[in-house]
Design a protein around this ligand. Structure first.
Ligand SMILES: [Zn+2]
Length: 271
């Protein structure tokens, strides 16, 4: 029997995808690092340059991180684009959308000195035109603002749903069911804004979840782009009763008759 696995033979993967690059990310990244977890941070480079702030309905003033703080903070995690200025994009022309995406990508690549391959939609508006622009700008995926509430890896990387938003009242059961699922390539993702952890007094709750997930050796922490690139590579594999051929340029992992095997790029493994 052949079962697809994540790198290092882990059956499941976990990711957090957090938006806006706010002050509370300092504490949040500290928690991720404490539990060896991986995050994707979706940033608006113009709002970092201007250290934008706004007043939340709770009265808390939400502050964007400066470029100086951000450039050190997110080391080891993924930086993705969230547009230049976080507009509601329903009335933007193609040129305006491209400007929001490409300029943000360029700014972030310069600041973090690494390629930015992911995009997360600001607010909840997404359209065919935006999807075309995301592709034109060379992004490998677009994370939209809808929940899948499932563990099944998406097949449409330009309409990548989040697993669950952390404010969803089903968060605990979503995590507990992930811990017990045997679904192939189960993927769990939590999304949100770290300032909610202050306004909703959720820091202890999120830490308890991180602690539980990090204690499970079946779970591999991954950034969103690591997950997307791995699933894309897995989708290229040729799997028959007699052999598995890895047609990608990264290693793929399987359980074959209960034996874990790593198949190197372009290698064939005979079952
Ligand atoms: Zn946002």
């Amino acid at each position: 029997m052949i079962k697809k696995l994540y790198p290092n033979g882990r059956p499941k993967a976990f990711n957090v995808s957090y938006d806006d690059g706010v002050l509370q990310d300092i504490r949040f990244v500290g928690l991720l690092n404490k539990y060896n977890l991986k995050g994707t941070f979706n940033l608006n480079s113009h709002l970092m340059k201007t250290e934008f702030e706004w007043k939340h309905e709770s009265g808390l003033v939400i502050k964007r991180l400066s470029e100086n703080i951000a450039s050190d903070l997110y080391s080891g995690h993924e930086i993705a684009s969230h547009t230049l200025t976080h507009p509601y994009m329903d009335s933007l022309t193609e040129n305006e959308i491209i400007h929001e995406l490409q300029t943000d990508k360029d700014n972030l690549e310069m600041l973090f000195e690494s390629e930015v391959k992911g995009f997360a939609v600001p607010f909840d508006f997404y359209s065919e035109l935006m999807e075309e622009c995301v592709k034109k700008c060379g992004f490998e995926y677009a994370r939209i603002s809808e929940e899948s509430l499932s563990y099944t890896p998406s097949t449409d990387f330009y309409k990548l749903e989040v697993g669950i938003f952390h404010l969803d009242t089903n968060l605990d059961s979503y995590i507990d069911n992930f811990l017990s699922t045997n679904e192939e390539l189960a993927f769990c993702q939590i999304a949100g804004h770290s300032y909610d952890l202050d306004t909703e007094n959720m820091w202890d709750k999120i830490e308890a979840i991180f602690k539980k997930l990090s204690a499970d050796n079946n779970i591999l922490p991954m950034t969103t782009i690591q997950f997307v690139e791995y699933i894309k590579a897995m989708n290229l594999a040729e799997i028959t009763e007699n052999y598995i051929k890895n047609n990608s340029n990264i290693s793929l992992w399987f359980s074959v008759n209960d034996r874990i095997c790593e198949i190197k790029p372009n290698e064939v493994y005979y079952v």
